[in-house]
Design a protein around this ligand. Structure first.
Ligand code: MEV
Length: 444
């Protein structure tokens, strides 16, 4: 065991060429197996310039990792038509989006609204002096902090954004001597991570510099100690709302389930009141959100972290979506913090991301927030409407059947026959395997 550990250790891996890295990994973990090499190489693209773009996105790249890119047409959002690109491996997500799009299209489509559009970041620092003196000091240097970022902000200001404000926050209730410079930003069409972090690091430098020459502090150089400067992925002030509404009777007839609207309402109330269900309920919403966020080249980890924190904003993890039934009309909505961009990052580098943005008619950052929120709401509608009517497995297993057949290496002809057979039979791995064997033995 020990011997193995020593053998597998490598220094300077990042300095090796791509081919050397692959050779090392293949020798170390795959006994120089040629088929393992093939698996890595088969995902390289022929166009070497295109491959180089992908190689340079990240460190130690050896290949590309493919995800299916699906399309969900027929979305009507604020009166405008969209075909939404979704990068996701989970079968049935795109199908559910398509179904929801069609249903709501006939009922006026999705309506959206940007509630707020601010992002924040903090310089976290420790101060162990007189708080009143710190407040005076901050008010004195606030303008300087912003002016020192002039060069960093130039382009953002030209595009209509920039630093909105900086405030001093006393966080000593949370941690002894802990304060923040809490800054708000408008990053227009970009997610703005680099812009925000560059501003914050400049604020920290200016804060240190000014503290050293500020007389009441200069006696003790260590009175202000910056710990770190970083944007926050919690963006409750970058908030979008998406909603739909229709008569209750439309739902009952479409889903052929008595009391459908009541059950739908109860399903959301359960997710609002109970975290075990809320997490799964919200995961369904994220199926739609992540798929669009990935297809448009945005950071889905940031979105996930921010949205889940928002779901717990009242001290208890709860449903992100909500519902109201009044006078025979069901109103269903979601409010989500979505900090994303349509410029910057990989949006102009990744050819498929560029293509997806073009498909969405080159949306502004705010428009993309709306589209993403709609994808989340549509997905939640799809999941809940199945859960409270036919159950989720019918649709899931239908889509999953293809995966099982592929795993069992079924031919196209075998697939067609078994897809037909399982239209009226229950799908499970073992039942598919059994029927495939029967088919191959001519016993089908
Ligand atoms: C599966 O990916 C998502 C669902 O579990 C969501 C839900 O339960 O609401 C179907």
């Amino acid at each position: 065991m020990k011997k193995n550990k020593i053998k597998n250790k490598i220094e300077g891996f990042s300095k090796l060429t791509k081919y050397e890295k692959i050779a090392w990994v293949n020798k170390t973990y795959f006994q120089d197996d040629k088929s393992s090499l093939k698996q890595i190489e088969q995902y390289w693209v022929n166009d070497s310039d295109l491959q180089k773009i992908h190689d340079e996105f990240s460190e130690n790249t050896i290949s590309n990792f493919l995800l299916p890119l699906g399309l969900a047409p027929n979305f009507l959002i604020d009166g405008k038509d969209y075909t939404i690109p979704m990068a996701i491996e989970e079968s049935s997500v795109v199908a559910a989006a398509c179904k929801a799009a069609k249903f709501w299209r006939k009922r006026g489509g999705f309506k959206t609204k940007i509630i707020d559009f601010k992002k924040t970041g903090q310089v976290h620092f420790i101060f162990n002096g007189d708080i009143d003196k710190l407040k005076i000091f901050f008010n004195k240097i606030k303008r300087k902090l912003i002016n020192d970022c002039e060069k960093i902000s130039q382009n953002m200001i030209k595009r209509g954004g920039g630093i909105l404000d900086i405030e001093l926050l006393d966080k000593t209730i949370d941690l002894d001597n802990y304060f923040q410079l809490n800054a708000t930003f408008d990053t227009v069409d970009s997610m703005g991570a680099n812009f925000i972090n560059s501003c914050l690091e400049q604020f920290a430098k200016s804060l240190n510099r000014e503290a050293l020459i500020h007389e009441p502090f200069s006696i003790n150089e260590k009175q202000i100690q910056v710990i770190m400067s970083i944007l926050s992925n919690y963006t409750p002030e970058c908030l979008v709302r998406a909603e739909v509404s229709c008569p209750v009777e439309d739902l009952e007839s479409e889903f052929n389930t008595e009391g459908f609207a009541y059950k739908f309402e109860q399903a959301i109330k359960i997710a609002k009141s109970q975290k075990e269900r809320a997490v799964t309920h919200n995961k369904g919403i994220m199926n739609g959100i992540d798929a669009v966020v990935i297809a448009t080249g945005n950071d889905f980890r940031a979105i996930e972290a921010g949205i889940h924190a928002y779901a717990a904003r009242n001290g208890k993890y709860s449903s992100l979506s909500d519902v109201k039934i009044k006078n025979g009309v069901l109103n269903f909505w979601v409010e989500l913090p979505i900090s994303i961009g349509t410029v910057g990052g990989i949006t102009s580098l990744h050819p498929l991301v560029k293509w997806c943005l073009k498909l969405l008619q080159n949306p502004t950052g705010k428009e993309l927030m709306k589209i993403v929120a709609v994808a989340g709401l549509a997905q939640n509608f799809g999941a809940l409407s199945s859960l409270v009517s036919s159950g989720i497995q019918k649709g899931h297993m239908k889509m999953h059947l293809i995966n099982i057949l592929n795993a069992l290496k079924a031919s196209e002809d075998e697939k067609n026959k078994l897809i037909d057979f399982f239209k009226s039979n229950v799908v499970s791995y073992s039942s598919v395997e059994k029927e495939l064997i029967k088919l191959r033995n001519n016993e089908f």
